[in-house]
Ligand binder design. Structure first.
Ligand SMILES: Cc1ncc(COP(=O)(O)O)c(C=O)c1O
Length: 351
């Protein structure tokens, strides 16, 4: 009997005993009233590591993105993004509803948005068309299989935005993974942005929380947006302690997730040459299934054999490696998923 391996997302991790212990002993205050010392220490540390003037602890990555988008944009304008951006597809139109902007999806020529794509995709100024007020980037890029935008490309994107006088928000939910994969310091990866969001509840293994940090706007403005969104938290030092623990103990080990993702991807590709496995830069593996194979069938067959995947769309499945998915399981997972694809091809279900 093999144990269940949950590769649906890196958000499924449970806080370790050491993380829970750190939470239990955290010094706390009322962060809405006059400050929580553990939260403030985390914010200061993140601002420094990201090379930003300030940082603000928020309950989720979605809220962090919304704070950055609200600060950088203006209602009645548009935000330019990669067509597969998380902000467009998985944040239920919060930017439209709450920041009052529309999104302008730009389809990149390659896996992720590059400077040439942005230059081509930005609307020429016209009195008859919406103005663009903000560019939003994503690093690593979830929909592109955890693809990394290297420092130089980020700066090239920023230069194109600057030509048009546009600020940049960076959805860096997994910027930690980009940092570990490239060895580039976090502040240099964030140098392309005016505001950046990084998540603690993914690869770092914390139960809750993200940081939004900025250089050009005032922290008080970000604080106001968070408060308006209902994101003021009181004795949140307990959550900040989990985030700090993740930063101190789970950052370097992201390299293990990247190794596991590569082994798993190679294993699936070798066992099913007709599938197209996107070679992973980091911890996310996207598998485009062979013609006629339904993602729902593969997910079901793999689940029955103890490996949980997520269906990305009708013909693509996603596997994400993380703290609770040990890398020595990569070969077993590749075998199981390979067999599930072959089984789904041979015997398609009604789905
Ligand atoms: C790239 C990216 N940005 C933002 C988010 C949103 O984070 P949260 O789920 O904490 O709201 C996610 C979550 O998966 C993500 O993958």
């Amino acid at each position: 009997m093999t144990s269940r391996l949950d590769l649906r997302s890196d958000t499924v991790t449970r806080p370790t005993a050491a993380m829970r212990a750190a939470m239990a002993i955290a010094e706390v205050g009322d962060d809405v009233l006059d400050g929580d010392p553990t939260v403030r220490a985390l914010e200061d540390r993140c601002a420094e590591r990201l090379g930003m003037a300030w940082a603000l602890f928020v309950p989720s990555g979605t809220m962090g993105n919304l704070v950055g988008i609200t600060l950088g944009s203006r209602p009645g304008t548009e935000v330019a993004l990669d067509a597969q951006a998380h902000v467009i597809h998985w944040e239920i139109a919060g930017a439209a509803m709450l920041a009052g902007v529309q999104v302008r999806p730009i389809a990149p020529a390659g896996a992720v948005l590059r400077a040439d794509d942005l230059r081509r995709g930005l609307r020429p100024p016209s009195p008859h068309a919406p103005r663009t007020s903000l560019v939003c980037l994503e690093n690593t890029h979830n929909g592109a299989g955890g693809a990394v935008t290297p420092e130089a490309e980020g700066l090239a994107l920023r230069a194109v935005a600057a030509e048009r006088g546009l600020p940049v928000h960076l959805d860096g939910a997994r910027l930690w993974n980009a940092h570990v994969a490239t060895g580039t310091p976090l502040d240099r990866l964030a140098a392309c942005a005016d505001t950046v969001m990084c998540s603690f509840s993914k690869g770092l293994g914390a139960p809750v929380g993200a940081i939004v940090a900025g250089r050009t706007h005032a922290r008080a403005d970000a604080y106001e947006v968070r408060k308006r969104l209902g994101g003021g938290m009181r004795q949140s030092g307990m959550l900040a302690a989990a985030a700090r623990h993740g930063l101190e103990h789970h950052l370097a080990r992201l390299a293990d997730d990247h190794t596991a993702a590569r082994r798993f991807a190679d294993g699936v590709q070798q066992s099913v040459p007709t599938a197209r496995v996107v070679p992973p830069n980091t911890n996310i593996v996207m598998i485009d299934l062979p013609p006629g194979v339904a993602a729902a069938d593969v997910v079901e067959l793999a689940r029955a054999d103890g490996v949980l995947l997520s269906q990305w769309h009708a013909t693509r499945v996603r596997a994400v490696w993380h703290l609770d998915a040990p890398y020595h399981e990569a070969e077993r997972a590749a075998r199981t998923v390979g067999e599930a694809i072959v089984g789904a091809a041979r015997n398609p279900a009604a789905s």
